[in-house]
Each structure stands twice: as structure tokens, then as C-alpha cells.
Design a protein around this ligand. Structure first.
Ligand code: JFZ
Length: 421
């Protein structure tokens, strides 16, 4: 049995097929280059933060290069930050002057990236921050850069969060009407109440109204869960769920979002970069539990993906070129198939093919319990070479796969098992 999530309002059919997307976090925070939360972490005032706006000039920006890198990595959709918590907008919004067109760069950054990725055949997603540390009517909460500034907090009595909610609505409407078909909207996030500060959630954002407007303009759009009203997908962040994600005991459509290193925005000195091996394993792990992976790049302030990101995208792409078949259109394997140690199964229900991803290459034999009567043919996926099978004579239905001693020269070897009809 394979879990079947309930139908949601958006069109998720392509999403659960495509499995692999690129997240892009880009804004002024690429300049300090020490985390996209730098304004909050370092309690930077809007006046002090202004220098980034004044000098922002990503002169090497060429989104066609980004789109090619994503496509070559095997990614099928992308989600870009239209605005992050700092409040800076990549597009030429009617409702603010805090936008790319008013920086030294002087041009809209959003339209070209949407066009470039679409041209490469990728689906288009917008991340939009619910938080806004720049808007004058955004009140102080536990995450706000001015949370330790009594004078700033005292002026909250003159702030009207409804005015901010109206701004959020208007900007969302711009995003939903000026860039053609948008496939995903990734709102982020609802702020928890603390002892010192009120939280912000569906009542403050007016989430219901937002969602209604978004669906009016973009009927098939996939919306995430972070407005505090669950919609199409759940979004576990920086961890791999232990099993198919459930809400109230029921399986849901989900997507893990992950960074290459510890930050989402470009972080110059962060060194905890994951290896290609680990990233490929994380993608496989997601699909083996019926989920997607959204893998993040933080472009530099000059407008490029840095070498560390490019190297990993290329590595993942090399693997995907030969192993996409065990990812696209695949999901968790039916529960009657018992996965061997140090491996992950994925399964394509249309072709009735089972994929064994071998994370730790064993010596000579891989044992598959209760499979002897189920497999018609087995091969290594990277080169299509036969894997000889032995059926045990003991009557226990054990299938033994005879592996080459030398691990195939790919990141994660995959054995493709064509099952009997
Ligand atoms: C959010 C952002 O704050 C972060 O910068 C990045 O964009 C990521 C994809 O999403 O991260 C969160 C959101 C919510 C919580 C923690 C991190 N939370 O509620 O604990």
C-alpha cells in the first residue's frame, strides 16, 4: 500500500511527479553576506541598513545562467524570494519605493528570472515574506530587529498593522497578475506569540482573504502552509522527516527545503557545505518517503551563483542525468517491500518498477527479503548492466542480488528492479 494524500485546491499533479526544485534567496542581505536574518540578528536599524540599498548593484546578473544551472541539475521548478523579511522587493512594485529599480542597478530583477526559467521549461514559484522589517506599519514582534529598542517599541501605538496587511494584499495581487502563470506561492511565515510580544498569524495577515484573491487570479496555484491555513503542501525546513509527513494522522503532500550550507541568503564565511553525496541522498530520501526536495541557492551581491554552489549543482546533475528515472514520477514503495539496510526504495507506480538506492555499497551481495517471486529483471541504472539474481532454495522467497565488488563510479548506485505484472 502507498499512502494517498487527500485532494487539495491547487494542481499538485505535476508537483508530485517532478520532485526536485530550486529555491533562490536573493536580496540586499547578499551584501553583508552573513545570513538573510542579519538585520534581526544584529539589531540593525533601517537607517543603518540603508547602505546596502544605496550600493546594491548586481552587475553580473544573468538569470539565463542560473536557469541553465538549475535545469542541468535536474530541477523542474524554482521558487524565488520576491521579498524576504528585510522588506526589499525584487520587482517594480507600485506600492513601495524599496525595490530593485531604485537601487544603482536600476532595473527589475524578477521578470528576467521568471522568463529565463520558463524558457528552460521550469515551473515558476514565488516566495513572499509575510514578515517585513522595513514597512513603517509593521509592529514589533519577537523576531523584529528593533525588539530591544524601547523607543521604537513605544511608537507601536502609532502603527496600524491593518495598513501593512493591505500592503501585503496589494503586493500579492501584483505578483499574481503581472508575471503570467505562477505555479507555487510560498508565503513565509507566521510569528509565534511570546511573553513580551503578540504573535502574527492568519488574523493579522488576513490569510483567508489573501488565499481567496490568489486563487481567483491563479486557480491551479500551489500554496504552502505558512499563512497558518493549510493549503496544498507542508514544508518541513532543514530536516528530513522520518517518514511520509502526516497531519492529524493523514498523509499530506510535502516538500523538504534545504540549504547547501547553514544559511539561505549568500553567506561568504559559512563553511558547513554539504557534499554532493549527502545532497543526492537527501533527494532520494525525500522521494522514498513520498516528498519533494527544494534545494536552495543564495546568489552573490554581484548576481552570480558562487563556485561552491555551482560545483554541487553540477555534481547532483551528473547523478540526475543517469538516475532521473528513480526520482521523477516516483514515490514511496508499497509497504510490502522490505527495504534492505543502508538503502532507500523509490517506486514508479506507472511502470511498476522498484529502485534500490544503495547508500553503503556492500560486498558482493544485497539481500531482498520476500522478493524472489516478484522481480523479473534487474539492472544497474547508471549503465544498464544486468545484475544477476539468485533465488534461495530454502523456500523463504529470499532474492540475492550479485553486485560487482567495485562500487560503480556514481554518487549513489541504483538498482532498477522490473517487477512482474
Ligand atoms: C524561514 C525564513 O525565516 C528563512 O530565512 C528562510 O527563508 C526559510 C526558508 O524560511 O525560516 C523559518 C520560518 C519559520 C520558522 C523558522 C524558520 N519557525 O516558525 O520556527
Amino acid at each position: 500500500m502507498i499512502p494517498i494524500p487527500e485532494k487539495t485546491p491547487g494542481n499538485t499533479e505535476w508537483f508530485v511527479h517532478d520532485r526536485f526544485g530550486m529555491f533562490i534567496h536573493w536580496g540586499l542581505y547578499a551584501m553583508p553576506a552573513r545570513h538573510e536574518w542579519v538585520k534581526s540578528y544584529e539589531r540593525i536599524s533601517t537607517e543603518q541598513y540603508e547602505k546596502y540599498f544605496k550600493f546594491f548593484n548586481p552587475d553580473l546578473y544573468d538569470p539565463k545562467v542560473w536557469a541553465k544551472a538549475a535545469k542541468n541539475a535536474g530541477m523542474k521548478y524554482f521558487v524565488i524570494t520576491t521579498k524576504h523579511h528585510e522588506g526589499f522587493c525584487l520587482w517594480d512594485s507600485e506600492y513601495t519605493s524599496y525595490k530593485a529599480t531604485n537601487t544603482p542597478y536600476g532595473k527589475d530583477l524578477l521578470k528576467p528570472v521568471v522568463d529565463a526559467f520558463r524558457e528552460e521549461g521550469l515551473k515558476v514559484g514565488f516566495y513572499h515574506s509575510l514578515l517585513d522589517w522595513h514597512h513603517p506599519h509593521y509592529t514589533v514582534d519577537a523576531n523584529h530587529p528593533m525588539r530591544d529598542n524601547p523607543e521604537y517599541i513605544a511608537r507601536d501605538k502609532d502603527r496600524d498593522l491593518d495598513i501593512y496587511a493591505e500592503y501585503l494584499y496589494k503586493q500579492s495581487e501584483e505578483l499574481m497578475t503581472k508575471f503570467g502563470q505562477i505555479d507555487i506561492l510560498w508565503y513565509d511565515f507566521s510569528v509565534a506569540k511570546t511573553t513580551r510580544f503578540e504573535g502574527k498569524g492568519k488574523d493579522q495577515w488576513k490569510s483567508e482573504k489573501l488565499i481567496e484573491m490568489v486563487r481567483k487570479h491563479q486557480p491551479g496555484i500551489i500554496i504552502n502552509d505558512r499563512t497558518q491555513i493549510d493549503q496544498d503542501i507542508k514544508t518541513p525546513e532543514q530536516y528530513q522527516p522520518r517518514e511520509w509527513l502526516k497531519v492529524n494522522g493523514k498523509p499530506v503532500i510535502w516538500e523538504a527545503c534545504q540549504t547547501f550550507s547553514g544559511a539561505w541568503g549568500y553567506h561568504r564565511d559559512e563553511e558547513t557545505w554539504k557534499s554532493v553525496d549527502m545532497l543526492v541522498q537527501m533527494l532520494i530520501d525525500s522521494v522514498s518517503k513520498g516528498g519533494n526536495l527544494l534545494l536552495n541557492v543564495g546568489p552573490t551581491a554581484r548576481g552570480e551563483f558562487d563556485d561552491r554552489a555551482l560545483e554541487r549543482l553540477q555534481g547532483v546533475g551528473t547523478w540526475m542525468k543517469r538516475h532521473g528515472r528513480s526520482i521523477y514520477g516516483c514515490t514511496q514503495a508499497p509497504s510490502e517491500f522490505i527495504c534492505p539496510k543502508d538503502s532507500r526504495y523509490t517506486y514508479n507506480p506507472k511502470t511498476n518498477t522498484l529502485y534500490v538506492h544503495v547508500f553503503a555499497w556492500p560486498f558482493r551481495h544485497l539481500f531482498l527479503d520476500d522478493m524472489a517471486d516478484k522481480v523479473e529483471y534487474a539492472q544497474l541504472l547508471n549503465d544498464g548492466s544486468e545484475i544477476i539474481m539468485n533465488k534461495s532454495s530454502g523456500g523463504d522467497n529470499l532474492l540475492t542480488l550479485n553486485l560487482p565488488v567495485k562500487k560503480p563510479g556514481v554518487t549513489v548506485p541504483v538498482i532498477e528492479l522490473f517487477l512482474k505484472k
